[in-house]
Design a protein around this ligand. Sequence first.
Ligand code: SF4
Ligand code: SF4
Length: 398
Amino acid sequence: MRVEPDLQFIKFLKGAGGDTLKNCYQCATCSVKCPLSTDTKPFPRKEMIWAQWGMKDRLVADADVMLCHQCGDCTAYCPRGAKPGDVLGAIRAYAYTHYGFPQGLAKLASNGNNLPILIAIPALLILVMWFISGGMHLPDAETLHEVGFGHFFGHWDFKYLTKNVFFIDIMMLPAFAFGAFAAFRGVSAMWKGMVANANVNTQFKPSLKQFVEQFLVPSVKEILEHRRFNECGTNADRVSGHRPLVFAFIGLFIVTNYALISKDIVGIFMPELHGPIGQLNPIKILANVSAIALIFGIGTLWANRARTEEENNTTATFYDWFLIGEIMAVGVTGLVAELSRLIGVPVLAYLFYYMHLVSVFMLFIYMPYTKLAHMAYRTFAMAFEKYRESNFVKKEEA
Ligand code: SF4
Ligand code: SF4
């Protein structure tokens, strides 16, 4: 086999936490120690040699790279300090940019030097919207308490759709749709690569219903139950941060959809649904509990990441810390905005609300290129693993 190493790829891996790559001497201890590795399909030893050889195309289409959940067991036992867990993390970071759509934005979001631009884009957009809306004035504490952030973008006499809802919708809905579409494009490209890489003949294709029922839903279930995380030995603490985070995202997803349906759709016919939700309303309680779970979960992962970096002498990467900082920003700005509203400090409340909108917008549009993309990529890699073991493929092989 003729190997043509991609030197740029190797350089990227070294800068993204895989600087120990060359230490590997192929002893395979990592594949033995990895709780997810199997006898028939061991990893990450083979990924280490592929990475040393710069085999970019093979690695970005390798389902095992996406299945790894960076528990660190392999890194802890590697006799050469090659840190295979971190190398796989660096390959994933590369893959999210490689599959990223559009490429310009994907490249922008993958480099820490661009952080000021990444923040400036949504910060300016929301500032311009604030200016256009005519809402650029602070309410008094009484109005803030009564209408919440409902007048942030100003208000008009049209009672069926509040101006605030309108302005948030025209910014956040396209941002979310864009993020979801970009993730879909990336995951589709990865799927095609995995099919080609694993030599899977697609003669017997599952229908969409079969794909969802037999491969996608069981994968999502497995993720929610944290089955693979629980097999982690060295860094078992990660599950105590990851679990509340996942449930916080689910809670906030429910709350957001409730607000979208009640205020933006039903609210057109029942204007009384507009305005702040009472503190004892179950949806409000769910929102507050989810916000606390979000901050607790990401705080635990923050501490855990800092500790393992110190203990393993691992390089801190933008890929790892951007997501941690971003989720923390969403949780803290949302909570401080709400508390400032409740204690009646309009300047603080509006400032943190603005920062909250900026951080949520960033989460939506940069999701397909950051570590959060693993939600989509890993889910489909797990679905692919199940598909590869299924009768659809085996039928063809028989
Ligand atoms: S990464 Fe470490 S444990 Fe794995 S094969 Fe290389 S030297 Fe051995
Ligand atoms: S980090 Fe954990 S899951 Fe990933 S390869 Fe190493 S042992 Fe396996």
